[in-house]
Write a protein that binds this ligand. Structure first.
Ligand code: MN
Length: 202
């Protein structure tokens, strides 16, 4: 079955005032839809059509040469945005608990040190891309990717990620990416991140 844009798990305006409704409508209905349409077009008629998108993105080097870049960009866009909607919530913000809180302290020294590191990765990503907290198989790492590249293709498991493409913030924050990132922390769905951490940590 062809890929589809999943419904948001909350209303378009639910992340106000941190992420505005107009941005969410454009981002979800237009940008994510375009990635889905182009990923479907690239994979149509190949043995990869309709395969689990994460499995496809783990196997980019096995794709036919003539569709690899289109799948990397648009399949990546589909996976990244599907993930992004889930790790935000109107009931988000604050700090994680449990084993994840402990793992973050162990890896980065403190929650605030982790927060500063991820924010710096987002601010410092030149041009379009994403900043991530990933599980790399042995522990927690902060990383960033360009364009729609996903840590999945590098064998890592994304736990938390923030879209720093201008389309994610320009309507409300214009060129102030640091202000967008400061606001975004208020909508992080730690329950979802903790659940992904438990699965990745075995
Ligand atoms: Mn985006």
């Amino acid at each position: 079955m062809a890929y589809e844009v999943p419904d948001l798990p909350y209303d378009y305006a639910a992340l106000e005032p941190h992420i505005d409704e107009a941005t969410m409508r454009l981002h979800h209905d237009k940008h994510h839809q375009a990635y889905v349409d182009k990923a479907n077009a690239a994979l149509k008629g190949t043995e990869w059509e309709g395969q689990d998108i994460e499995a496809v993105l783990r196997s980019l080097d096995r794709l036919p040469d003539d569709i690899r870049t289109a799948v990397r960009n648009n399949g990546g866009g589909h996976a990244n945005h599907t993930f992004f909607w889930q790790i935000m919530s109107p009931d988000g913000g604050g700090e994680p608990g449990g084993d994840l809180a402990e793992a973050i302290s162990d890896a980065f020294g403190s929650f605030n040190a982790f927060k500063d590191k991820l924010t710096a990765a987002g601010v410092g990503q030149f041009g379009s891309g994403w900043a991530w907290l990933v599980h790399d198989g042995s522990g927690l790492v902060v990383t960033s990717t360009a364009n729609q590249d996903t840590p999945i293709s590098a064998g890592q498991t994304p736990l938390l990620g923030v879209d720093v493409w201008e389309h994610a913030y320009y309507l409300k924050y214009q060129n102030r990416r640091p202000d967008y990132l400061d606001a975004w922390w208020n909508v992080v769905n730690w329950d979802e991140v903790e659940s992904r951490f438990r699965a990745a940590n075995g």
